[in-house]
Design a protein around this ligand. Structure first.
Ligand code: GDG
Length: 483
């Protein structure tokens, strides 16, 4: 059943993401919200303000209906999730099926039909809300793996809309994707969009290969030819890479703030003024390679190739998805490893690993980036990894070295990093040593090269490029006529 003859909403630009960019403000009780600043917000907020924009998403609070509200000039439209939706759609299908499957099955994905049913229902709820709030001919931008069915569901109800989808995480190789019992439904869901964006060209290529392999559609370059179906005539969909970036000007400004610079100096003193401060900043997630990093560092200390008097590792691991079994396991493993390294290698007054399992305000995070001589990003698989880019953006003195996993999207862009394969502990150890021992001129040359990349490639350029292409595809009939 279509609702094309019902009245349209009045939003010309609609962002759809699992979460709204807010958290409940405990100081304000049940009615107060605090914006949670992030790259996506800074990228799309200007577009939302210049047009009649809306952001559809969940508040993070289960079982409570909230009315739409406006905060910092953004119109937010809450979707209600029940506790059961949170268990099945969010923690289940999104984070225990899709997340591990899309990250190279680092842990085994779980397939449960009840989770899938819930995923379908919640995607339908999001799509219905889009159909309700979008003005005629509006642009809709759907984000991430939790909402892969939304493009097709929206297309059915509202063929007038320009629909874009961006996948923030990797898209897996065909043989892994093909394990998913609902692989064809997911592909058809995504193909409801005019433009499907991915982090790396390999992700887009994996998607197109899955479309060819499962649906027998043909592709040419980044174009997928979709044959006539029940709803739409023959048309094309574009699938290509739009590597996300960060709000570089904002971070550069923070990194020049005298208060933050002073705090960075203070952090160095608080960890005992060692010659070298190394830093890791990750959500506590098995994809981030925290265990591998600790193993490499522990071995370097044990072998006497690094000395606990000269070097410390500060590992910030922010709490994440804590109710899921695999996240309990990774936390346990990390804490065991930290305890073991400190037990075996530390001296009174010289701690080897400063492990911090909490989150910090952006200012404090910037001070950590400024305090670190060496940044360790050793993810086993990561769509992009913004932390690598943030570290680079903060190094206004062109100092500091970045150790970067080749399995991150960021590795495509930050080519002057010390590239490592985190699965190869020997390679990881030599990468860490290379970064620690790198001479100043080499550091400066390599950091300058990386800084140039993040200062020209910002998140606002990313969102403009994506939306411009979506607009072009949707308005140019040439682009949707089959070849
Ligand atoms: C997904 C994809 C892709 C972390 N702890 C704190 C804090 N953070 C900030 C970081 C960074 C962000 O969170 C994390 O982004 P990442 O890109 O590193 O990783 P995911 O969370 O896995 O993000 C990833 C990304 O989406 C965007 O498309 O790059 O591949 O997995 O900005 O700095 N920020 C503050 N306090 C913390 O304690 N303020």
């Amino acid at each position: 059943e279509t609702t094309t003859d019902s009245t349209y909403g009045d939003s010309d630009f609609v962002v759809v993401a699992n979460r709204l960019p807010v958290d409940r403000d405990p100081a304000e009780g049940s009615r107060g919200w605090r914006t949670s600043p992030g790259g996506l917000v800074s990228a799309v907020a200007p577009v939302m303000k210049s047009q009649e924009g809306a952001w559809i998403g969940w508040t993070g609070v289960a079982d409570v209906d909230f009315d739409p509200f406006t905060i910092d000039g953004m119109h937010l439209v809450p979707i209600t999730l029940t506790s059961e939706d949170v268990l099945r759609y969010y923690e289940g299908f999104s984070n225990a099926t899709l997340w591990p499957l899309y990250h190279d099955v680092i842990v085994p994905p779980e397939f449960h039909r009840t989770w899938w049913d819930s995923y379908v229902r919640v995607n339908e709820r999001f799509a219905a809300k889009v159909a309700e709030v979008a003005a005629e001919g509006a642009t809709v931008w759907v984000h991430d793996y939790q909402l892969q069915l939304v493009p097709q569901l929206v297309r059915r109800m509202r063929p007038d809309l320009a629909i874009g989808f961006f996948n923030h995480i990797p898209f897996p190789p065909f043989e892994l994707f093909a394990q998913l019992p609902w692989r064809d439904e997911i592909l058809r869901g995504l193909l409801g969009a005019d433009l499907v964006g991915f982090q790396r060209p390999t992700d887009a290529a994996n998607f197109r290969r899955a479309v060819r392999g499962r649906l027998n559609f043909t592709t040419k370059g980044s174009t997928v030819n979709v044959p006539a179906g029940e709803l739409l005539p023959e048309h094309t969909v574009r699938a290509e890479a739009f590597p996300i970036s960060i709000d570089t000007p904002y971070l550069e400004e923070l990194a020049r703030d005298p208060k933050i610079l002073e705090r960075a100096q203070q952090i160095r003193e608080e960890v005992g003024n060692p010659k070298v401060v190394m830093l890791g900043v990750d959500r506590m997630d098995y994809t981030k390679g925290i265990r591998h990093r600790l193993k490499a560092f522990g071995e370097l200390l044990a072998e006497g190739r690094l000395d606990v008097e000269d070097i410390v590792l500060i590992q910030i691991a922010t709490p994440s998805r804590e109710r899921l079994e695999q996240y309990k396991i990774i936390r346990h493993d990390v804490e065991l490893a930290v305890g073991r390294i400190n037990g075996e290698q530390a001296e009174v007054g010289s701690i080897a690993v400063h492990y911090l399992h909490h989150s910090y305000p952006r200012d404090e995070m910037t001070a950590f980036f400024l305090a670190a001589d060496v940044m360790l990003v050793t993810a086993l698989r990561d769509g992009m990894n913004l932390v690598a880019k943030e570290y680079v953006a903060c190094r206004s003195g062109d100092d500091g070295a970045l150790v970067l996993s080749e399995f991150t999207g960021a590795a495509d862009q930050l080519k002057a990093a010390v590239m490592v394969n985190p699965h190869d502990i020997g390679n990881l150890k030599s990468g860490i040593l290379e970064a620690v021992q790198m001479d100043e001129p080499t550091r400066a040359r390599r950091m300058k090269q990386m800084r140039k990349k993040v200062s020209t490639d910002t998140v606002s350029i990313w969102s403009k490029a994506f939306l411009a292409e979506l607009e072009a595809i949707h308005t140019n009939p040439e682009a949707i006529i089959p070849e």
